[in-house]
Ligand binder design. Structure first.
Ligand code: BDR
Ligand code: CA
Length: 318
């Protein structure tokens, strides 16, 4: 069975990615590494522990990640992130804190160890900035050839960004790290805004989770409704919230949900377009493509899997 490691800035859609992973019998969620972005790394770690407990998986190990971007000395949550995800990252919903401590081992050491341990069976799914993965590659470059796959949520190739016309939120947090990861040769699939903004959720679906009557169902519905409400302000034309992070998780479980363009990618790190994800012109004619960028998604099939799996999961919880 494939082993999954999620790297999260928890985060409402990060929470939905955890739910999707736990609801997928095809994979085993062997660990969560945490990062900054929607919240601080510290808050993300606390949220990961709490969300796992809420969703009936109180034993998933959580490894604290790096606190800020590779070029920075600290990190402050942007007001827009608090607006979209709530100050606590889970839509201001009171998710009971877990009494479990995070692992003593840090995220970067764990990533290196996990790749050596599970090799091609390991799928690593970052749904925040790529700072932890970049540091792990710097620590042990051999993981590039050993890992099974990286399926990352971030970037935008054929559509504008969401924090700037050229830049998506996760990549813009640490463009330097993302550029190094993209150029490293690690086999990576980019699940960007090109596809994640086609997969939308509305109050109609979250009502089904609430109707299960379980604490998990009610709380997950409340958390997600906060996110849907924020989208009414930030992207009213969509009529729903973008299922960014759970789509990346779903593609890790079943790659046939998307169609991809094989391409060697890079990230602009200089000038006004810093943070743009784009093809690397120097490798345009290289027949060996190390990355794939998702450009089409089977929306009905993904939404069907998403709702079926997560509704079953919350029904079986307390
Ligand atoms: C990404 O940014 C974060 O706010 C979300 O959790 C998602 O990972 C979307 O651009
Ligand atoms: Ca995220």
């Amino acid at each position: 069975m494939k082993k999954l490691v999620l790297d999260l800035d928890v985060g409402i859609d990060d929470t939905l990615a955890v739910a999707y992973a736990l609801a997928s019998p095809e994979v085993e969620l062997v660990g969560i590494t945490t990062t900054y972005g929607n919240v601080t790394t510290e808050q993300s770690t606390a949220n990961a522990l709490a969300v796992c407990a809420l969703l009936g998986a109180p034993d998933v190990p959580v490894y604290p990640g790096l606190p800020c971007a590779s070029f920075a000395e600290d990190f402050t949550v942007q007001p827009v992130s608090a607006f979209i995800h709530g100050k606590n990252g889970v839509g201001e919903v009171d998710v009971p804190a877990s009494d479990r401590a995070p692992q003593g081992q840090g995220a970067v050491d764990f990533i290196v160890e996990a790749v050596h341990r599970w090799g091609k069976d390991l799928i690593y799914v970052p749904t925040g900035p790529l700072t932890n993965l970049d540091a792990a590659i710097a620590q042990d470059p051999s993981i590039v050839d050993e890992v099974g796959a990286v399926v990352l949520m971030g970037g935008a190739l054929t559509v504008p960004g969401n924090v700037a016309p050229w830049s998506e939120a996760n990549i813009s947090q640490d463009p330097d790290a993302a550029d190094r990861v993209f150029r490293s040769g690690i086999p990576a699939t980019m699940i960007g805004l090109d596809v994640t903004l086609q997969t939308l959720l509305t109050y109609r679906e979250t009502a089904l989770w609430r109707e299960t009557g379980t604490e998990a169902g009610k709380r997950l519905a409340d958390i997600t409704d906060y996110y849907i409400k924020a989208y009414e302000t930030t992207a009213p034309h969509l009529h729903g919230c973008g299922l960014h992070d759970p789509l990346a998780c779903a593609v890790a479980v079943d790659p046939s949900l998307v169609e991809c363009l094989p391409i060697n990618m890079m990230v602009d790190v200089e000038g006004p377009t810093r943070g743009r994800t784009i093809g690397n012109p120097e490798l345009l004619n290289d027949p060996n493509k190390t990355m794939e960028v998702a450009v089409r998604v089977d929306v009905p099939r993904f939404l069907d899997e998403f709702m079926g799996r997560i509704t079953r999961l919350v029904s079986s919880c307390q």
